[in-house]
Ligand binder design. Structure first.
Ligand SMILES: CC(C)(COP(=O)(O)OP(=O)(O)OC[C@H]1O[C@@H](n2cnc3c(N)ncnc32)[C@H](O)[C@@H]1O)[C@@H](O)C(=O)NCCC(=O)NCCS
Ligand SMILES: Nc1ncnc2c1ncn2[C@@H]1O[C@H](COP(=O)(O)OP(=O)(O)OP(=O)(O)O)[C@@H](O)[C@H]1O
Length: 201
């Protein structure tokens, strides 16, 4: 039975980058952002609930969710964000638990990549927590560049999450992603050795 690793951090701190490195070790990753996209596809009950709460203006002409518009609303408004979280998070959690339990047998470890692991009180889903940490300035720069956001829009997103340093303080292990990808890769390799997790075992 594999160990369940919760991978978290801040927005654009490098979780997907570290997830990809886990996959190179044949360690499966369940990505909450991907599951959260699946559960709001047209026809899904969660999308109907979002329309009930936010109005049909939140849909694109083809009936899919206007993610940019919804992001523009919820990252600036805590009350609206909590409404959205209340709709999406329970469904995401249910699917992730099912994926976790399916993958746990037959792999030395399973990674649950959950940006809101601490905020959503989801620590009970995992055995160990790895936080991907970056300095605030680098996080802001990478987020602005990746999502083509203004500084204010990027700060809205960063400030809608728990302070990254507070997450790092509560981690079982920290991966410092301020440096190059190779430096990050070396830290993960060392961690897997420390935790006695062997590739493909
Ligand atoms: C608001 C939405 C439509 C914006 O979509 P968009 O494609 O622009 O962003 P994406 O989903 O790729 O999320 C990017 C990052 O934003 C951060 N983020 C997303 N939702 C939230 C939230 N509710 N609170 C704080 N941070 C969040 C996470 O770090 C995530 O990795 C979308 O993020 C969403 O549906 N959020 C609610 C579901 C959720 O909490 N997802 C996060 C993991 S469960
Ligand atoms: N060590 C690194 N050096 C340079 N750029 C990096 C490094 N790690 C990540 N990046 C870049 O920073 C951005 C954020 O990284 P990534 O997408 O992995 O973060 P994330 O934590 O998964 O983000 P989100 O919370 O939005 O899902 C990406 O554009 C990525 O290519």
């Amino acid at each position: 039975m594999g160990i369940v690793i919760g991978l978290t951090g801040g927005i654009a701190s490098g979780k997907s980058t570290v997830s990809d490195l886990f996959k190179e070790y044949n360690i499966p990753v369940v990505d909450a952002d991907i599951v959260a996209r699946e559960v709001v596809e047209p026809g899904e009950p969660a999308l109907a609930s979002i329309v009930d709460s936010f109005g049909s203006e939140i849909l694109l002409p083809d009936g899919s969710l206007d993610r940019q518009k919804l992001g523009g609303i919820i990252f600036r408004n805590q009350e609206k964000r909590e409404i959205l979280n209340g709709i999406v998070h329970p469904v995401v959690r249910e699917r992730m638990i099912a994926d976790r339990d399916r993958l746990k047998t037959g792999h030395p470890a399973v990674v649950l990549d959950i940006p809101l692991l601490f905020e959503g009180n989801q620590l009970h889903l995992v055995d160990k927590v790895v936080v991907v940490n970056v300095d605030p300035r680098i996080q802001l720069e990478r987020l602005m560049q990746r999502n083509d956001l203004t500084e204010q829009a990027a700060l809205d997103r960063i400030n809608s999450q728990m302070l990254l340093a507070d997450k790092a303080a509560r981690a079982d292990a920290i991966i410092d992603n301020n440096g190059s990808r190779d430096e990050t890769r070396a830290q993960l390799k060392k961690l897997l050795l420390t935790w006695n997790i062997r590739e493909g075992a």
